[in-house]
Design a protein around this ligand. Structure first.
Ligand code: ADP
Length: 319
């Protein structure tokens, strides 16, 4: 048995399935993202893992200990499994230090002191120790919340879209910092998000959840290069259907733009993006619109262009 086991969890609300049958085995120190669109069951799953929601069937184990749901446990939740969600509230009238200290109040004073100082140091919060939450940026507040959650050294940290309220720059900074820290601390972390990009920045391992069931899991490179469905393929980028071939698709970055030879089209629209121009190309024969990356920013609207690609880059996707 591995460190954290989730076994065949099912959950319905008023007859509608939120989780169809979810299983997961994590080793200690493993770090994983669960990606799914809104309503796919992510929050329900984390709440069940934390012992805060009653499942219809299935079990959760932390090593040999079963995580009991609120029906079976008087005080719901566990110190060893900590859940942080997007609007996790700090105490507004307590300082950073007091917020981090709060979970430690029932612990030995000298232990508490050591933990507080260590967390302030690890999270780069030393200079903010006497500030109130309102005197911090959103990213800093979220860091304090996570530091407080880690105060009593939980075995598993569950993060439910903890970055949703942050702007992109704050978010990327916090993700980078946390990623480094979790690796260092060897914390076992499950991160759920609707945003694939956030997941890719934080972890190598992904589970793709759709309507309460796992559609594919694996490392990010494999999922991107060998998706098993159009759904998973489209999470990473748009895909272009190859004319006259059934179930064959090519990604915008795998299409080469040439002045002769290949599939003829002309550029009907162009968007300037950070790393390339994104072209909309209307294919002459089929009339389909393709999306193609132009990293050299060579083409303009109206240009004729021939499209080529390598056979090995073609994605064959039945559904
Ligand atoms: P996610 O976190 O991926 O957005 P949720 O776990 O919140 O998904 O929800 C999964 C499904 O279960 C959704 O269809 C949602 O409407 C439903 N659901 C979640 N919580 C409740 C509840 N307390 N009562 C009824 N339906 C719920």
């Amino acid at each position: 048995m591995s460190f954290f086991n989730v076994k065949k969890i099912k959950k319905s609300y008023q007859g509608t399935a939120a989780l169809r049958e979810f299983s997961l085995n994590l080793d200690r120190g493993e770090f994983l993202s669960i990606v799914g669109e809104s309503g796919s069951g992510k929050s329900t799953l984390l709440r069940i893992m934390a012992g805060l929601e009653v499942q219809d069937s299935g079990q959760v184990f932390l090593e040999k200990e079963e995580i009991l749901n609120p029906k079976k446990k008087l005080v719901p939740g566990y110190d060893q499994v900590k859940l942080i969600h997007q609007d996790y509230h700090l105490l507004p009238n307590s300082t950073v230090l007091e917020n981090i200290r709060r979970p430690l109040l029932q612990y030995d004073k000298s232990y508490a002191k050591v933990r507080e100082e260590k967390l302030l140091e690890q999270f780069g919060l030393k200079e903010f120790r006497d500030r109130f939450p309102r005197q911090l940026s959103g990213g800093q507040q979220q860091k304090v919340a996570i530091a407080a959650a880690l105060a009593i050294e939980p075995e598993v940290l569950l993060l439910d879209e903890p970055f949703s309220s942050l702007d992109t720059i704050q978010k990327h900074q916090l993700i980078d910092e946390l990623g480094r820290m979790f690796k260092e601390l060897k914390t076992t972390v499950i991160f759920v998000t609707h945003d694939l990009d956030d997941a890719l920045r934080l972890t190598d391992n992904l589970i793709i959840l759709k309507k309460g069931a796992v559609v594919q899991n694996g490392n990010s490179f494999d999922l991107c290069t060998n998706p098993e469905s159009q759904y998973v393929a489209r999470l990473f980028s748009p895909i272009n259907a190859i004319p006259d071939q059934k179930n064959a698709f090519i990604r915008p970055n795998e299409v080469k733009l040439r002045s002769k030879g290949g599939l003829l089209g002309h550029v009907v629209d162009l968007r300037f993006l950070v790393h390339f121009n994104s072209l909309q190309i209307k294919l002459k024969e089929s009339g389909q619109i393709w999306e193609v990356d132009d990293p050299q920013r060579k083409y303009q609207v109206g240009d004729r262009v021939y499209l080529q690609w390598e056979e090995k880059k073609v994605l064959r996707l039945l559904s």
